[in-house]
Design a protein around this ligand. Sequence first.
Ligand SMILES: [Zn+2]
Length: 204
Amino acid sequence: MPTPFCKICFKPIEVTSFATLLDSHLTVCDSCNSRLRPQFIEFELEGIHGLALYDYDHMIKEKLYLFKGCHDYELKDMFLERFRIYLRIRYFKHIVIPMPSWHEDDQWRGFNHVEAMFSCLKLPMRKIFGKSKPHKQANLSFSNRHQISAIMILNDKSSLRGKSILLVDDVVTSGETIKAALALLRPLNPKKINVLVMAKTSLK
Ligand SMILES: [Zn+2]
């Protein structure tokens, strides 16, 4: 089998840890991976438990930009791949529901980055959210963020009764978009909702 190459430094991925020994499909080498510092931040939003794998620091910001802003699809697994087995066990029997992304961005980018990032968990995924009109959260002032709930819509209103849901997103900041999603999810009667995000900004 050819030696895999690190998608960050382009050097061969040598076996220098259990992770590189056990998984021959890793995206990044141990050296590059050591610069990403997972924090496993537990948080709560309206009584729902959330887990953020990383703090949204400059390193995560830069790599997310490469993946999302520069359309580098090859990097899609780099944030979650080292925790894949743990997360699959922790969220066993959950249905992954990705947060909506800006539709125009998807077309331009060629993929939905949230779906791509969380597909490495290989858990069933249902894409039920959409947006009624183009919108970018970054362009909204804090007082306007409640408008998100007016923009986010359910494309699929079928019942989630008895199901455990894992709501996923790339970065959580104020949590307002997650709250809007929870308000849409609750009437579908899921048994349980958990939130998993790749990174969380520390509240100032
Ligand atoms: Zn590397």
